[in-house]
Ligand binder design. Sequence first.
Ligand code: FES
Ligand code: FES
Length: 200
Amino acid sequence: MLKLLTAPVSIMVQYSLPMVPGPDKINWEARVNGRMVSFPIDSNAVLLDILRDKGGSLGTKRGCDMGTCGCCSVIIDGTPKLSCLVLAQEAKGCEITTVEGLSSGHYLHPIQQTFADCGGSQCGFCTPGFLVVSAALLEENPSPTTEEIKTAIEGNLCRCTGYQQIVDAIAKASEILVSGSSVEDSTSPKSDPHPGFSGE
Ligand code: FES
Ligand code: FES
């Protein structure tokens, strides 16, 4: 009986897997929201993780982690990409814009202002991805048709607002951009999202 119990143990030891070496370290640098950043990363690191853990962009959200929701969208050299599907290595040396890089000082990007004005954001988890993709669309095509807007955001999922407010927000941002009018200073009391609330 004792012999029967010990035999499988010796087999397990004999066939235990060898240690798999970890990924190489590489030095990674890129321009993130206009600022050069550089740090060592694992060679197989995913861009989303690097931006969130090291690049200071917690606005870039992890939704599905498999390329189906659009929450993790960032702009890489002018093109919106899903950062959960991009190896950081592939974006080495690139110009990367996350949602944090859309505003200019105290001035929101028009698409940020119109999302607020039109009610394009409810829980906000999907919002950074929509903002980034919309900003990229408006950069390339400042006056998109409704169909072009819908096509641009077809890879982004929102589970709570309904899409009409989002499409409206993009169309309104387009009007602002085309007219050349500017968005109000976001530190102005008039842009206070909770007017009359003192916070006490
Ligand atoms: S987290 Fe990247 S597409 Fe959903
Ligand atoms: S605002 Fe909630 S999922 Fe889009």
